[in-house]
Structure formats: C-alpha cells, structure tokens
Design a protein around this ligand. Structure first.
Ligand SMILES: Nc1ncnc2c1ncn2[C@@H]1O[C@H](COP(=O)(O)OP(=O)(O)O)[C@@H](O)[C@H]1O
Ligand SMILES: [Mg+2]
Length: 229
C-alpha cells in the first residue's frame, strides 16, 4: 500500500482518495495567475499545522513578498508569520544562479530544517539556467533522483505558456514527474473561473474531472462534482 499525505484541502484530498502518495514528485502546472503559488503554499501551510515542516524555495518572488501575498489571500490564516518564525515554514530565495549551487542550497535547507514538504518555484526558471534542452533533461532527472534520497514530498511548479485549457502542451516534466496537477483560468464572459485537474498521478486512483475551485480567506475551496459552466 502506498502511504498518503493529506494536502489539508479537504475536498482535494477526497479527489485524491485520501491524499498524495508520500515522498513523490507532484508538479503543479499552469499559466500565469492560475494559483500555483497559492495552492502549493496552502499545502505547506496545512502540513505545518500537522507538524510537517514546509520549505518554499523560490527562484522568482522575494520571500517577504510571498508571505505578504499569502497573508492577504488567506487573511484567516492568522499564524503564517508565526510558523515562519518557528521554522515550520521556510521560505527561501536562491542565493546563486549556479545550478549546482541551487541544488546544494535546497539539499542543505531540507536537511537543516528536517523538511517534509518542498515546493520549487519554478522548474521553468531552473530550466532557463541550462544551456540546452538535453542538458536540462539530464540535469532534471539527476536532481529528482537526489530528491528521492531525501524522504520528502516534492511539489515543483511548472509555468505553462498560456492559462487557457485549450492550448495545453506537454513538457518534459509531464513525463518525469510522478504526478501532475493542472491549474486553469477559464474565461467565461466577464468572469474568470479557476479550475483544476488531476492530470496524472502514479500510485493511486483519483478523480479525473476538471473541477472549479476558489481561493477564500479561509483557504482553497474545491467544488467537487460541480460543473464548470
Ligand atoms: N486576496 C485575494 N483573494 C483571492 N484571489 C486573489 C487575492 N489576491 C490575489 N488573488 C489572485 O491570485 C492570483 C495569483 O495567484 P498565484 O498563486 O500567485 O498564481 P501563480 O503562482 O500561478 O502565478 C492573482 O492573479 C489574483 O487573481
Ligand atoms: Mg507564482
């Protein structure tokens, strides 16, 4: 039996039949503003509440900006900063643009803080540090193999070129990761609907619908069983 970890987003855990398989690599794939940071941050936050240390490694936004944004979006999560001060939530930016330096920083952080859940924001930026596609493939596979030895669940973020559902493209990450969650921003007239899909997930049965979700002050709410339109 595959051991599971709860994301803490209750309807999403239902869709996953109890949670993500533990210590796997599950990518969050979506266009700009689809909620990749928000979604993965809540998974770390809920993990921290359950005693699991979460590590948000960003190659993009400064940590302070992420904390401020999350405190605004999740205004009823009162203890975000408290968890940061207690090292239950670690939010770090890369100190170098050297590939091996970045990998070393992540490994050091995971070991130092006894991390259980790791978000990498994003593999797309990590990829841009390589000089060619084949080098990235090789580098990514080596990096993922190293992460496998660390006893952590990893949630890499992958930026999709567009946020529309119609122009979905496969990328190398779709093949090498254990699971992929697609996040969408779907325009309907004047409004924009957020939706998610468990696109691929090794090791567990799961819901295969595209389901709407909302970001609320109390956390992400997934509307399982509701139609998109
Ligand atoms: N307080 C808020 N409540 C609900 N949604 C918000 C709030 N603040 C920002 N957002 C939405 O969240 C989006 C950013 O989400 P984010 O997780 O950063 O996306 P991504 O990481 O995929 O770019 C913004 O584009 C905005 O639409
Ligand atoms: Mg983001």
């Amino acid at each position: 039996m595959v051991e599971k970890i709860k994301t803490g987003i209750s309807e999403f855990d239902e869709m996953l039949n109890g949670g993500f398989p533990k210590n796997r690599h599950i990518g969050f794939y979506g266009g700009p503003g689809t909620g990749k940071t928000t979604f993965t941050f809540e998974i770390l936050y809920k993990g921290a509440l359950m005693g699991e240390v979460g590590y948000y490694f960003t190659l993009e936004e400064p940590p302070e900006m992420i904390i401020e944004n999350m405190e605004t979006q999740f205004s009823e999560f009162r203890n975000i900063r408290d968890l940061v001060n207690k090292n239950m939530l670690i939010i770090q930016k890369n100190e170098t643009y050297d590939i091996n330096g970045i990998i070393q920083q992540i490994e050091n952080g995971v070991l130092k803080y006894n991390v259980s859940r790791l978000v990498i924001d994003s593999l797309t930026i990590f990829k841009s540090l390589f000089s060619s596609e084949p080098e990235y493939r090789r580098g990514l596979i080596e990096f993922l193999n190293l992460l496998r030895t660390l006893d952590i669940s990893v949630f890499p973020i992958i930026e999709a070129p567009t946020s529309s559902r119609e122009s979905f493209e496969y990328s190398i990450e779709h093949y090498v990761l254990d699971g992929i969650i697609n996040l969408y921003n779907i325009y309907r007239g004047e409004t924009r609907i957020r939706a998610l899909e468990i696109y691929k997930l090794r090791g567990t049965a799961h819901n295969t619908d595209i389901v709407p979700y909302r970001v609320t002050p109390r956390g992400i709410k997934v509307y399982v069983g509701e139609k998109l339109f």
